[in-house]
Design a protein around this ligand. Structure first.
Ligand code: NDP
Length: 332
């Protein structure tokens, strides 16, 4: 049987382009005992994939040239030689960018799609949701009445962070890149204030105005000048959860910013980086809490869905131009 796959054709310098990907047809081998034939339903694209396109040591191993890109995929079992899965089951796993693929039973897990949209396992009930939950609760430790600022607020992680901060009784201020996102975060997701960083000249002043009592918790998804401006408003004993630095992922030179250490020191600020996998032993608890909030209607979610397997590279590139609100997924 043949299938289509998308491989990394070249390592990008700066912003990736469509030329860094290549579509191919490949033959699939026979299914052996303990293996399952899967058909991709929803594919996740995530900012960390940009780092994996570089040949650099990091927490996730680099993609290899001429080898398929990989990521979280929700897939349908179309044939099974495993006792753990049957035809018709829906599963999730870290899988190659192929339309059809053979996976080992060890690499996938069954998901309940009876009441939950399958793609939610790539977003609010998957890695981004857990990132929001653990980054905010374990590092941000928000207390009632505190002010929480979130950059990248309209993305897969950001929309969840804001709502969890509201559940904790905080004032929530988001930073996002379009007026539509600003409106949606306020009207749909209950943010108290949202700043459009693309149309705001003086971010330090705008954050001061949106946070009259200063910033107690900063959930940083983007880094760069936006974070410099937030840190200018940071309070005594504030906590900064360093989740992502997307504004720097395509940088070709190390950018120079203000030295923030004196500010952190004199205000006794805790700044901690984290990778969601640090909290693996707590994933079950985190997933159950997120699922409960979703079922209770306390957590809403947004998705931007691109249609067609061939759209995967465009969807990934779209993350760097802010094409998505909520989780960016590709429906096959
Ligand atoms: P998003 O869904 O937020 O998508 C990326 C968004 O980032 C875009 O929609 C865009 O929104 C914004 N953006 C893109 N370029 C820039 C820029 N130069 N400056 C400011 N904003 C920019 O992605 P995720 O929610 O999946 O991830 C958010 C962050 O969290 C990323 O940095 C990611 O790497 C990180 N992450 C970290 C994890 C961890 O374990 N530490 C796990 C998961 C994610 P806009 O229109 O607002 O510009």
């Amino acid at each position: 049987m043949k299938t289509k796959q998308i491989v990394l054709a070249s390592r990008p310098k700066g912003l990736p382009t469509l030329k860094d990907f290549r579509f191919e047809e490949v033959d699939l081998s026979e299914i052996n005992k303990g293996e399952i034939l899967l058909k991709g339903m929803f594919y996740s694209v995530d900012p960390y994939m940009r780092g994996r396109m570089n040949d650099a040591k990091s927490y996730a191993v680099p993609f290899q040239i001429d080898q398929p890109m990989m990521g979280a995929v929700v897939a349908l079992v179309s044939e099974s030689k495993s006792e753990m899965f049957k035809t018709g089951d829906v599963v999730v796993g870290s899988l190659p960018w192929r339309e059809t693929f053979i996976a080992s039973e060890k690499d996938i897990r069954k998901i309940d799609v009876s009441t939950i949209r399958p793609s939610y396992y790539l977003g609010i009930l998957g890695m981004p949701g857990l990132t929001a939950y653990f980054g905010l609760t374990q590092i941000g430790k928000p207390k009632e009445g505190e002010t929480v600022v979130i950059s990248g607020a309209a993305g897969a992680v950001g929309v969840v962070v804001g709502q969890i901060a509201k559940i904790h009784g905080c004032r929530v201020v988001g930073i996002a890149g379009t007026d539509e996102k600003v409106k949606e975060l306020k009207d749909e997701f209950g943010f108290d204030e949202v700043i459009n960083y693309k149309t705001t000249k003086d971010m330090t002043k705008a954050i001061a105005e949106a946070c009259p009592k200063g910033v107690d918790v900063y959930f940083d998804n983007v880094g760069g000048e936006i974070s410099d401006a937030v840190i200018n408003n940071i309070n005594l004993h504030a906590r900064i959860a360093l989740c992502g630095q997307i504004s720097l992922y395509n940088a070709t030179e190390v950018p120079m910013g203000p030295r923030i250490q004196p500010m952190l020191l004199t205000r006794s600020v805790l700044m901690q980086g984290f990778i969601v996998g640090n909290y693996q032993s707590l994933f079950l608890e985190g997933s159950q809490q997120l699922a409960a909030w979703v079922k209770q209607g306390k957590l809403k979610y947004a998705e931007t869905v691109e249609h067609g397997f061939d759209k995967l590279p465009n969807a990934l590139l779209g993350l760097f131009s802010g094409d998505n609100t909520g989780k960016m997924v590709v429906e096959a």
